[in-house]
Design a protein around this ligand. Structure first.
Ligand code: HEC
Length: 131
């Protein structure tokens, strides 16, 4: 037995717990109005409301979700030799990190549509401007 299943279970509980306290989760088929709304509803459980990677579910994830407030990113998804460009963030959010060799916990959000994913890139960047 590995410890992985137990960790995943704890993780699932954390996600479920957050879903219950989160403000007005979206009904099926509804789309959020802005990058901030999408982020708070879909991403903050792991990445934290200020993007510090300290959401209730994120603290049990390995590797830890990125701390967006530092503005350092890992994946060069478009293979242009630089990590963390708008295109890189767009691709990781759309396709999920595992597509680029990262954690499957960072899921693919492409179903939101390109426009929402672009808004999320802008919002994630805005979190990097905090002190
Ligand atoms: C279930 C937890 C979880 C959720 C929910 C989640 N993420 Fe992540 N995210 C992660 C983890 C874990 C990583 C680190 C992946 C790695 O390093 O392999 C990550 C990494 C990232 C990165 C860093 C990419 C890089 O190059 O460093 C971005 C950007 C990102 N997430 C955006 C988002 C956005 C936007 C959402 C909401 C639509 C979201 N995440 C939802 C867990 C999550």
């Amino acid at each position: 037995m590995t410890r992985q299943p137990a960790l995943l279970f704890v993780f699932a509980l954390a996600v479920a717990g957050f879903a219950q306290v989160g403000a007005s989760p979206l009904a099926a088929g509804e789309t959020p109005d802005s990058g901030q709304e999408s982020y708070e509803q879909l991403c903050a459980s792991c990445h934290g409301t200020e993007g510090k990677g300290d959401g209730p579910a994120g603290i049990v994830a390995l590797p830890m979700p990125r701390d967006f407030s530092v503005g350092q990113f890992k994946f060069d998804a478009d293979s242009d030799g630089h990590t963390g460009s708008d295109d890189d963030l767009f691709l990781v959010i759309r396709d999920g990190a595992s597509r680029y060799g990262g954690s499957p916990l960072m899921a693919a959000w492409g179903y939101l549509g390109d426009e929402r994913v672009r808004e999320l890139v802008v919002y994630v960047r805005s979190l990097g401007q905090n002190d």
